[in-house]
Unconditional design. Structure first.
Length: 317
């Protein structure tokens, strides 16, 4: 696997504070600037549109769904990125009315709004991806792609590749996503072909996918696991162990979601000496969860937007 030198800039969505890591690499970047390839990646957490969110979009659009307003303040900021990734916890089944908890279904205009602010890829492996059945899963993928966005984590066809490799400014980035559970809809995946439509968290599968992505040329690998316990501020021990394993198997970043609150960040040194970065949960990007509905708990109103710069010098090519 080709090594990618990197330094990380972390920004918190609410206060935009920054911390620089690996300054020696940053200094070497300046001296090699003629030969360096650089990519700036943004990662966000859960987009969770409750029914109030959908109702607001319809009112804002004067009877037609228009989801621009909740995302508009992000547009200028994420314009700095070369690639922007979010997790979407809902489906867009056109034959069903929008609905919120416990089965989320929105109008497909939401993907047009996400595309307009610069979203490049949506992770769709999560506990709500089957909320409107297998048809809803397929319709959602179609709507995402129609909006000019790619998805990863669910597939329309069992033969589709279950990860992405994107050339971002000359750096080949592998993107993988997995769900821990499907809110009881696992029973719908009752054949091998159907099981292949959703990437489930399985250590054998993840290790195989990382290996295949590396064979396909991925130089930097990002994994979005949808995992853990909702509203817990710290990951469980099994998540920590799996995150470390994923770095050991070849991943460079792990971006967790599902708890709807922020969880810790960790730097982990792999057995081969590489440095991996783990965010156990980024919290929500957009939702209707607020402290009034959670006994004054403001954690559901907080989320991280992670701003990451990776670069490859001439001696890494």
């Amino acid at each position: 696997m080709k090594k990618i030198k990197k330094f990380i800039i972390i920004s918190f969505l609410s206060i935009f504070s920054f911390a620089n890591l690996n300054i020696a690499n940053a200094e070497s970047l300046e001296t090699q600037s003629q030969d360096v390839k650089m990519a700036r990646l943004f990662f966000a957490g859960d987009v969770l549109p409750h029914i109030n969110f959908d109702n607001y979009a319809r009112n804002y659009g004067s009877g037609e769904y228009n989801y621009d307003r909740p995302f508009e303040k992000l547009k200028d900021y994420v314009a700095k990125s070369d690639y922007f990734m979010v997790n979407c916890e809902f489906t867009t089944h056109p034959d069903l009315e929008p609905s919120g908890y416990p089965t989320f279904n929105s109008n497909e205009d939401i993907f047009r709004a996400l595309s307009d602010i610069g979203v490049d890829v949506i992770t769709t492996a999560n506990n709500h991806c089957m909320d409107t059945g297998l048809d809803g899963l397929d319709y959602t993928i179609e709507a995402i792609n129609k909006a000019g966005i790619e998805n990863v984590g669910t597939q329309k066809n069992s033969t589709d590749k279950n990860y992405l490799i994107k050339d971002i400014n000359g750096i080949k980035v592998g993107i993988l996503a997995y769900a821990e559970q499907l809110n009881g809809f696992e029973y719908l995946l009752d054949s091998a072909d159907k099981l292949a439509k959703v990437n489930m968290i399985d250590s054998v599968l993840i290790r195989r996918d990382i290996s295949n992505a590396i064979k396909d040329g991925a130089e930097f690998i990002i994994i979005y696991p949808h995992w853990g316990v909702e509203y817990q501020s710290y990951p469980a021990e099994y998540q920590i162990e799996l995150a470390h394993d994923m770095i050991d198997w070849g991943a460079d970043m792990v971006i967790g979601n599902h708890p709807h609150v922020i969880q810790p960040r960790e730097e982990y040194e792999a057995k081969d000496g590489r440095k991996g970065i783990i965010y156990y949960s980024l919290g929500n990007l957009v939702s209707n969860q607020n402290h009034n509905n959670f006994d004054g708990d403001y954690r559901v109103e907080h989320g991280l937007l992670v701003d990451t710069i990776i670069y490859k010098g001439a001696k890494d090519t």
